[in-house]
Design a protein. Sequence first.
Length: 380
Amino acid sequence: MKFIPYGHQWIDEEDIEEVIKVLRSDWITTGPKIEEFENALCRYIGCKYVVAVNSGTSALDIAVQTLNLPAGSEVITTPFTFVATSNAVLYNNLKPIFVDIEKETRNINPEEIRKKITDKTKAVIYVDYAGHPCDIEEIKEIAEEHDLYLIEDASHAIGAEYKSKKIGNFADMTIFSFHPVKHITTGEGGVVVTNNKEFYEKLKMLRNHGIDKSALDRFGPKVGWAYDLKFLGRNYRITDFQAALGISQLKKLDEFIRRRKEIVKMYNEAFETMPEVEVPTVKPYVKHAWHIYTILLNDVNRDEFFSRMRERNIGVNVHYIPIYRFSYYQQHFNFNPKDFPVTEEVFSKIVTLPLFPKMEDEEITYVINTVKETINEVKS
Ligand SMILES: *Cc1c(COP(=O)(O)O)cnc(C)c1O
């Protein structure tokens, strides 16, 4: 069996054709495909505005910048996420405040948010871990009580639903990522989604240096040379050939999610009877998007399990190393791992198994059999 990664894109000939068409056209960046991609996402999500950028990280950065919070304001978030989530807080001279998670979903615990609110708290960034939506109603209630902005890092959760409504319609701004391990890809890429027109106008400028007119606005025989710089932005633009790939990939998203779910069902059926394994749970009021499949191992040496699985060509992973453990965060803040007992417990037991729609049935069977075999070898 060749090495099976934990996640992988699925690009077909139709996707490639769409990219090639754009490469042969006049506009390879700042052209019409960007808006077409944004409109397609608006229709899929059922939201008003989408701004496409060159990565999920850039999307997080401009979403935070759009809030225009005073330097040093506190932003509450989860430590059990990819570093980009809280780095976006740092880029904007704000202070990340981590709070503990819930064991079952690995999502931020709303009760813990409440405990960490101070006069300086201005926003919460919550992450729909693995594609399982957070307890959004509870988080919104807290935000309303304390006048906080909400940003949803839904990098794992495109296509997911909370109480029958698509993710992208809850927070002030929601971000998605189109990195190849995510549900659909543009190579690198991301979007900010919002129903707020003011935020939308600002986000569009922030992806283009902070300039108030786009290249299309300034193109043609009847337009003048003038433009203004309204904010200090960066160049976070995505290209038209990436947008074309995104449009083509989006058409397959529901099918990709369906296949992911099918694999999850096979994994659950294989592992839920094993006393050493805790399979992921799904709350009854959500539709899970299944970006990753993670298990918790009890009475099993996780690191030994991990290395034996890797030796057997299975690309197991650990999502995530809690952010407060990284050197950069330790040097700049004094977070104490003891303040995050659930995060620490989950981190010590968790393993991500391969999950992507292009997985073959025989690869799934190989993963299942190898997990069982390896657990039997290393359980205590
Ligand atoms: C992938 C990811 C990001 C960043 O997305 P990029 O497109 O890789 O920049 C941010 N947050 C989370 C939780 C992610 O998984």
